[in-house]
Design a protein around this ligand. Structure first.
Ligand code: 5RP
Length: 266
């Protein structure tokens, strides 16, 4: 691997080979999502505990100061919205020149395997990899399932993740599922887990993050289950302990409860 590519990946993936990526890109198709209405307010308290940000160029320019030293993964796909006809009908919404100008460490796009727009999204990925490899910029593929969350099973996610890696993605972001090792074993590049819509309890999040880490994930790219929680800093600290401190779900819950207690006192 060339120096630039290796250097950018090592900004995102820490020395322990794990990473906690903070996604705040949801507005590009959801608008002002709950607790992300004013992105700067959401991002600032979480940034010290994040290893990288996944973000669009608009929010990056307006909500993150340029003296930020955390690596940025630029969301470059877009063009479809949750009120439009088909979420899968995305194009490429930011150029490689823009990525270089913004000094990003990676770019990310969604692929929509099994939808009417499978071919376009996979060719978008392949074209971005062609460009990214020229400049040493890694591409993170997001195995989006859109409205069809029923597809969150190991068979589908392993298929989509493997295809992303075959087309040249350097990192794959997918959902946690039962039998998660089938996804990671079949994917020759690092896999990070998204969270999806908020689940009912913190422990459910700690359980799946822990299980995914035990089964080959290198970390998370997990947003709503952190910043839609009533205590987002407590939540990110607890998840960080699983990712970088090998904490189990019980320990993570203790960390969350303790942090929550301290934040209540403030
Ligand atoms: C939105 C995304 C998000 O980055 C991804 O879904 C992770 O966030 P969450 O944990 O909230 O699902 O790709 O398209």
């Amino acid at each position: 691997m060339e120096w630039g590519m290796a250097n950018r990946l090592s900004q995102i993936i820490q020395n322990d080979r794990h990473t906690l990526i903070m996604p705040v890109d949801h507005g590009y198709f959801q608008g002002p999502t709950r607790n992300l209405e004013e992105p700067r307010k959401t991002i600032e308290p979480l940034l010290p505990y994040s290893d990288a940000l996944f973000i669009t160029r608009g929010v990056l320019r307006h909500s993150v100061d340029p003296d930020n030293t955390k690596p940025v993964i630029l969301r470059v796909s877009g063009g479809a919205t949750m009120v439009g006809k088909d979420l899968a009908n995305e194009g490429i919404a930011a150029s490689m020149e823009e990525a270089i100008r913004l000094n990003v460490s990676a770019i990310g796009l969604s692929i929509f395997v099994g939808t009417d727009y499978e071919r376009e999204s996979l060719l978008n990925l392949a074209n971005l990899v062609n460009e990214g490899e020229k400049y040493g910029i890694p591409v993170m593929a997001v195995t989006a399932v859109g409205k069809e969350l029923g597809k969150r099973d190991a068979r589908y996610l392993a298929l989509a993740s493997r295809i992303a890696a075959e087309l040249g993605a350097r990192v794959v972001k997918t959902y946690w599922c039962e039998d998660f090792e089938k996804v990671t074993k079949g994917c020759p590049v690092p896999v990070v887990m998204a969270g999806g819509p908020r689940v009912n309890t913190e422990l459910e999040v700690f359980d799946f993050v822990y299980d995914g880490m035990q089964n080959g994930a290198i970390g998370v790219n997990l947003g709503r289950n952190i910043w839609q929680n009533a205590f987002p800093v407590a939540m990110i600290k607890a998840i960080r302990a699983i990712i970088h401190g090998n904490a189990n779900p019980k320990k993570a819950q203790e960390i969350y409860d303790k942090e929550k207690g301290q934040q209540r006192k403030k």
